[in-house]
Design a protein around this ligand. Sequence first.
Ligand code: SAM
Length: 241
Amino acid sequence: MRDPLVDLLMRNGFVAPEEEATELRAAGGDLDALVARRLTGEPLAWITGTVEFCGRVIVVQPGVYVPRWHTESVAWRAVARMPPGGAGIDLCTGSGAIAAVLIAERDARMIATDLDPLCVACARANGVDARVGDLFDGETGPFDVVTAVVPYVPTSDLPLLQRDTFAFETTLAYDGGEDGLDLARRAVEGARRVLKPGGALLLELGGRQPETLALDGFVDVRTILDEEGDPRGIEATAAPG
Ligand SMILES: C[S@@+](CC[C@H](N)C(=O)[O-])C[C@H]1O[C@@H](n2cnc3c(N)ncnc32)[C@H](O)[C@@H]1O
């Protein structure tokens, strides 16, 4: 006989019903209440309280952007570019997932910013020195690595996101302005100022944005691909001297 919870999730259109059933049961507490929340479309990580990211368990509190699997490729490139004990800043940190990975993998000295106080509290719960602030928030570095998953969806494309997205999440996490690159441009400009010569900027982007973003002052610019070979961002090196 099939598991009734798996059946219910499948009938309601969840694409990984077995995995979700396992996670919901492991979360503890009133299973019926947890399942009822999930059936509204609330993100699974908000219900279970955690998500796996780069092989680590990341705390994700309700209201906080859930780190996505495709961001792992950006995080792993940041790990590759971070010297042991190096310094970095994670802009738009959300749950602090990328910074937490850099701390764990490289013993990096990370600071992180987000405009949303809920995100800052969550990043702190993940052991990240996070503060409420706009992008660099006046930080001058010098840093070995700048990471940023800024909002990058063009404003006119916001209605094309999944139906439930804004039932639970805010446009603050997605809205990148007219062409989606408003914050990305500011991140590039700021990174140029705060990176050590030879330091790395890792920036997640969408669609064809990696081809269109100007990266003056950077060399060795590469597109970051996810494990399915799709472009997910750029890796760029601050020009020496
Ligand atoms: C797409 S989410 C990325 C979160 C996290 N880096 C991740 O990959 O899971 C973008 C985040 O940027 C934050 N944000 C938006 N505008 C910002 C700004 N000007 N300065 C700092 N954070 C900002 C949002 O609150 C949101 O948490």
